[in-house]
Ligand binder design. Structure first.
Ligand code: RRO
Length: 273
C-alpha cells in the first residue's frame, strides 16, 4: 500500500473539480493534497498497529535533495517498509517547475542525499513524460535506488466542457491514468527493466489479471493498481488475483515466477550498453 505523497507541511491541493472521467480513463489534478509528514506518519503508525499485514510504502515529495532528506529522516522513525520518492508529480509545475525526474543528474543527487540518511529501501517514482527515461532510470540506480516505480500519470492532458467552453478541471490540465496509459506503461517498464537492471513496480492502467500478467511479462516484480479501484471496487485486488490464477492453471504454471518475461527485441540494448 502506497500513501499519498507527503510534504513537509499539510497541503489542501487544488480546488475542484480535481478529477474527470473520460472514455480512456481519468484526468487528475489533485495538487498534492496531503496531511503533511507528521500527520501522515501518524496514520501509518495507526495502520500498522491495527495489525494490517500489507507492506507500506511511504511516498515523499519535496523540491530539493535536502528537502527529501529531511522528510526521509522523519519517515525513518515510522514503520515504513519502503520509502517512495515521488520525483514526478505532473500537476504542480506552477509552484515547483518541471518535475525533478526530468534530469538524470538531479535524480541521482536526490537518491544519494536520501540514501545517506536512511536504511529503508528506496523506490524512485519516475515520470513517463520525459524524452529519455532510460537515462533517468540509470541516474536513479547510480544514486542508490533499490527499485523504480513506473509510471506516474501521463501528460498532462486537457478536457474541455463544451457547454461552458472551459477546461473541465479547475487547474485546467491533469495527469492521465487508467486503461489508455497501459501500453505506454508496458513499453517503459520493459525498457527500464533492461536499462536500469533494478526491480520494478509496474503501474499504469492495470485493471484485470491479464493486464497484470502483461506487466509481469514486461519485467515488473510488483504491480500497482490505482484507477481500477474506481471501476471494480476494493475487490479489484481479489479479482485480479483470481484472474491471474486462472491463467496460471490454464497454462500449467505452478507459480507466477514460472511465467516467462517477454524477450527483448533483437538488437535491443541492455544495461549500460
Ligand atoms: O496530487 C497530484 O496531483 C498527483 C500527484 Br502528487 C502525482 O504524483 N501524480 C498525479 O497524477 N497526481
Amino acid at each position: 500500500m502506497t500513501t499519498k505523497s507527503l510534504t513537509s507541511e499539510p497541503r489542501k491541493g487544488h480546488p475542484g473539480p480535481v478529477v474527470a472521467e473520460f472514455e480512456g480513463g481519468f484526468l487528475n489534478s489533485m495538487g498534492l493534497c496531503n496531511p503533511g509528514i507528521d500527520a501522515g506518519l501518524e496514520e501509518v503508525r495507526r495502520y500498522k498497529e491495527s495489525g494490517a499485514e500489507a507492506a507500506v510504502m511511504i511516498s515523499l515529495f519535496a523540491d530539493s535533495a535536502e528537502g527529501f532528506a529531511d522528510l526521509a529522516r522523519k519517515a525513518a522513525q515510522a514503520p515504513a517498509d519502503f520509502l517512495e520518492l515521488n520525483l514526478s508529480c505532473p500537476n504542480v509545475r506552477d509552484e515547483y517547475g518541471a518535475p525533478l525526474a526530468a534530469s538524470p543528474g538531479t535524480v541521482a543527487a536526490i537518491l544519494r542525499a536520501v540514501k545517506a540518511v536512511t536504511d529503508t529501501p528506496l523506490i524512485a517514482k519516475l515520470s513517463p513524460n520525459v524524452t529519455d527515461l532510460d537515462s533517468v532510470a540509470r541516474g536513479a540506480r547510480d544514486g542508490g535506488a533499490d527499485a523504480l516505480c513506473l509510471i506516474n500519470t501521463l501528460g498532462p492532458g486537457l478536457l474541455i466542457d463544451i457547454e461552458a467552453i472551459r477546461p473541465v478541471l479547475y487547474n485546467r490540465t491533469g495527469g492521465l491514468s487508467g486503461p489508455c496509459v497501459k501500453p505506454i506503461a508496458l513499453r517503459l517498464v520493459h525498457a527500464a527493466a533492461r536499462s536500469a537492471g533494478l526491480p520494478l513496480i509496474g503501474t499504469g492502467g492495470i485493471t484485470t489479471g491479464n493486464d497484470a500478467l502483461e506487466m509481469w511479462m514486461a519485467g515488473a516484480s510488483l504491480i500497482g493498481v490505482g484507477t481500477a479501484i474506481y471501476y471494480r471496487g476494493e475487490e479489484v485486488f481479489t479479482h485480479i488475483l483470481d484472474e491471474m490464477t486462472a491463467y496460471l492453471e490454464r497454462k500449467g504454471y505452478k507459480t507466477l515466477e514460472e511465467v516467462p518475461r517477454m524477450a527483448p527485441a533483437a538488437g535491443e540494448k541492455g544495461e549500460d550498453e
